[in-house]
Design a protein around this ligand. Structure first.
Ligand code: DGY
Length: 326
């Protein structure tokens, strides 16, 4: 019997590829850049399984053009690049990789928070440019993290992992989420706030929510206006959650002391984007989950989800479990 055919849209860790190769013929997109939409459209017409990245836009037009497709397995926890409704309509389960990247992503959010508070990137840039300012009472002074108030928007796995780090820094932690979590309040000593109050009371605000179209520009000019003067804003979730024109206003006007972003809309940020001129912005290229070990684990989970889907078994981590109830 012929093996099923799968397409992996970027080079992933070898053990994951080996695993998939045991059950399928594997074709891999070899380039560092994501495959262009027209290549995806062409490839999907003849594959049984797809292992995708968050940079691959799997629109309804693409999904409807994939007559043999049995499973989409995304190597990420987020899946806002995939038209889930279209996949579900076609009975195609969509896998993702929650859990394994929680602590790694929280580590990175914490690194950004610390770096923004203490102006690490700015200071490093200066020294690399040959500017070592002599020690002085107000040279590169930043903001204390310890004892400050952190507001976490989106209190899922990653939001909670960030809260645990904050507790180690004697911070007061506020959270906002569609669902109040009284067990976590007890366990972590965090306090629920509605979004407005969270914005008004926090010294640091960190975003950890999924992106859905309803959350587009969740953080807009009005939100920045409500924040404390000198607050610091961190986003390791999705770029589309933030109105970046409003962020630019907040940074230029010094309403915010600083911001640190690991995500943007669009990615990559255009080279001439005015935000890149601002010294109080740190920006990294969507690497919060990028520890080698976590990426290996993500690849293996994505491989397992893919193989389960090819076999017609339930995926261990499925973004559209409703597909099994129709
Ligand atoms: C995800 O998994 O959704 C992160 O954004 C990248 O790992």
């Amino acid at each position: 019997m012929n093996k099923p055919i799968v397409w992996v849209t970027r080079t992933v860790d070898e053990p994951a590829v080996r695993k998939i190769s045991e059950v399928a013929e594997v074709e891999i997109w070899p380039a560092e850049n994501p495959p262009p939409p027209e290549v995806i459209l062409e490839k999907v017409q003849r594959v049984d399984g797809l292992l995708t990245m968050l940079t691959d836009a799997l629109t309804a037009a693409i999904i409807d053009n994939a007559p043999r497709l049995k499973v989409i397995s995304q190597m990420a926890v987020g899946f806002d690049n995939i038209d889930i409704e279209a996949a579900t309509r076609r009975g195609i389960p969509v896998g993702h990789t929650p859990g394994v990247l929680t602590e790694t992503t929280a580590d990175f959010a914490w690194a950004l928070l610390m770096a923004a508070a203490r102006r690490v990137a700015e200071a490093d840039r200066e020294v690399h440019q040959g500017i070592w300012r002599p020690w002085g009472p107000d040279v590169l002074t930043g903001v204390d993290v310890h004892g400050a108030t952190l507001g976490i928007i989106g209190f899922g796995r990653i939001g909670k992992a960030v809260a645990r780090r904050a507790i180690g820094f004697s911070m007061k932690v506020l959270y906002n989420d569609p669902k109040r979590d009284e067990a976590a309040e007890q366990e972590l000593g965090v306090e629920y706030r509605d979004l407005d109050r969270l914005l008004q009371e926090s010294d640091f605000i960190s975003l950890h929510t999924y992106y859905t179209p309803e959350y587009h520009h969740l953080i807009n000019r009005f939100c920045f206006e409500q924040m404390k003067d000198g607050a610091i804003f961190i986003n390791t979730a999705r770029g589309g959650l933030v109105d970046h024109q409003a962020l630019q206003w907040a940074l230029e006007s010094k309403k915010l002391a600083a911001a640190a972003l690991d995500v943007f809309e669009p990615e990559p940020i255009p080279r001439d984007h005015p935000l890149l001129q601002l010294p109080n912005l740190i920006i990294t290229p969507h690497i919060a989950s990028a520890s080698a070990r976590t990426r290996q684990k993500m690849a293996l989970i994505a491989a397992d989800n893919l193989i389960a889907g090819l076999r017609g078994e339930k995926l261990a981590y499925c973004a559209n479990p409703q597909v099994y109830h129709v």
